[in-house]
Design a protein around this ligand. Structure first.
Ligand code: 9EZ
Length: 509
């Protein structure tokens, strides 16, 4: 049931052959390639697979995800996950993964191609030749030399565009809310506020994700602040340049040309922009190169092999917290989180209200969110739901439990604390074994390893009775631990009758 237990994968789109080859040869995974399935055929087939890899053609709907009873992973060979119902995947505990880097160079090169095309109206002039014309007056252009290019979004693609356009002696300026100015200065991009950018630019290109904050980033208000005749390029996501505003700006002459590879609706029903003579449009070709396709096929396969080998989880879009959870160092902490969740649920069976997860020690500094999921798995172990690290917190929330985390820098020692109401548990690792150190303010004299079967007494323990019962049942006592007000015993297997042991809980990990 582990997320990394992936034996059979279905590839349902046409992908680079390297993808299946890497999965088979490096991951030992059984792979079937079936491009062109109908939705009904995919739904019928998916139940036999642990993983599904797609490019753009397959629509991974909620029905497909639900039919995938064994499905743990959907991989998209490319940037974005527009054809995957990510919310439904999360609810079903299925990791969704993409390859955010494989297309960068192709997207950057296409952007540069559109900038050059706009400066000289190359596509329009070429089309007029095909129509038998020889129109030398109409296609007077402008040099890029000395012009200013504004780059909005300075991640991998924005950076590669900057480096390339600098070789045409363009001045490259830009804005990114995340990448610090000293980083972009190293590749020759000075950052300004958006307000300062608009009036400086001859060309503006966008390289951001599509978010509420970037939808309509270039709108009527922005165009109004630009130089008259500014040219704009969108090879990122449809909608970052507001299509209505762009059409108005083209009609008024405020915008002097646009290069568009992406649209809010694809293929676009509204042809007004595409039909405008100053618009150069393309049918979403940013990633359409042999190199990008090969790279994405290889990258998705490599990421899945890394997951199967439990080396790393890269490229997951619906489990950001999990990205850190797949290192060998964190595995025992996840086991501890689950164990403390189980124990907490045993001590405080009504699942309601707030559960606080506190970490301390440098090694757990950014582990809060996956440890919340781990604790939620423990809490919900008997809920009958298919709970895992992808959906743990979501399910807890649905049952009225809010699991939140905080990190304390007070202690340098790594430890994990879990509390709900008056129950407070403190755990840690004893080498790599999850163990309980403290309940409330009562510390155990030696840490209690949270494995196998444990008995927990609140109040008086009766060790004599226990030994009698164990010998009658043919079991044995592995260890006994005392803290003030609590006792714990590790026993070799569960006892079927606890009635003679007083106020005693039996917990199996
Ligand atoms: C927003 C952005 C870039 C941008 C880039 C990224 C979250 N985010 N936002 C406005 N990664 C330029 C202008």
């Amino acid at each position: 049931m582990a997320l990394s237990d992936i034996r059979r994968i279905l590839i349902s789109d046409s992908l680079a052959p390297a993808c299946a080859h890497i999965l088979r040869s490096q991951g030992g995974i059984e792979v079937e390639e079936s491009p062109g399935l109908t939705p009904a055929e995919l739904i019928a087939k998916i139940q036999d697979y642990d993983g599904l890899i797609v490019r753009s053609a397959t629509k991974v709907s909620a029905e497909v995800l639900k039919a995938g009873k064994r499905l743990k992973l959907v991989g998209r060979a490319g940037t974005g996950v527009d054809n995957v119902d990510v919310d439904a995947a999360t609810k079903n505990g299925i990791i969704v993964m993409n390859t955010p880097t494989g297309n960068s160079i192709s997207a950057a090169e296409l952007t540069c191609g559109l900038i050059l095309s706009l400066s000289r109206q190359i596509p329009q002039a070429a089309a007029s030749m095909k129509q038998g014309k020889w129109d030398r007056k109409k296609y007077m252009g402008s040099e890029l030399h000395g012009k200013t290019l504004g780059i909005l979004g300075l991640g991998r693609i924005g950076k590669e565009v900057a480096i390339r356009m600098q070789s045409f002696q363009m001045k490259t300026i830009g804005y990114d809310p995340i990448i610090p100015p000293h980083v972009t200065a190293e590749f020759g991009v000075q950052q300004f506020s958006l307000e300062e950018i608009w009036p400086q630019c001859d060309y503006i290109t966008v390289h951001t994700p599509l978010l509420p904050s970037t939808t309509g980033l270039i709108n009527d208000a922005a165009f109004a602040k630009c130089k008259r005749g500014v040219q704009v390029i969108n090879c990122a996501r449809g909608g970052i340049i507001d299509e209505g505003a762009l059409l108005r700006a083209l009609q008024s002459g405020q915008c002097g040309g646009a290069g568009l590879d992406v649209f809010t609706e694809e293929p676009p029903q509204d042809r007004a922009l595409i039909d405008h003579p100053l618009v150069i449009s393309l049918p979403h070709l940013g990633a359409s190169t042999h190199e990008a396709q090969n790279r994405c096929g290889e990258e998705i396969a490599q990421q899945i092999v890394d997951l199967v080998k439990e080396r790393a989880l890269l490229g997951a879009v619906n489990a950001p917290a999990l990205t850190k959870a797949f290192s060998p160092d964190t595995k025992p902490w996840i086991q501890l989180g689950e164990a403390l969740g189980v124990l907490l649920h045993s001590l405080s069976p009504e699942l309601r209200g707030a559960v606080k997860v506190s970490t301390s020690g440098d090694s757990l500094k950014s582990s809060g969110s996956f440890l919340c999921s781990a604790v939620a798995i423990g809490l919900l172990r008997n809920s009958g739901k298919k709970v895992n690290l992808v959906n743990g917190c979501l399910f807890a929330e649905e049952l009225g439990v809010q699991v939140t985390s905080q990190h304390s820098t007070d202690s340098t020692e790594s430890r994990l604390e879990v509390s709900a109401g008056i129950v407070h548990l403190i755990g840690g690792l004893s080498s790599t074994e999850p163990c309980l150190r403290q309940i409330g303010s009562s510390a155990f004299q030696s840490p209690v390893t949270l494995r196998g079967t444990l008995l927990l007494w609140t109040g008086e323990a009766s060790p004599g009775k226990l030994l009698d019962l164990l010998s009658l049942a043919g079991l044995h006592l592995q260890s006994f631990h005392i803290a003030s007000g609590y006792s714990m015993a590790a026993i070799s297997a569960p006892l079927s009758d606890l009635s003679q042991l007083g106020s005693c809980l039996q917990i199996t990990f």
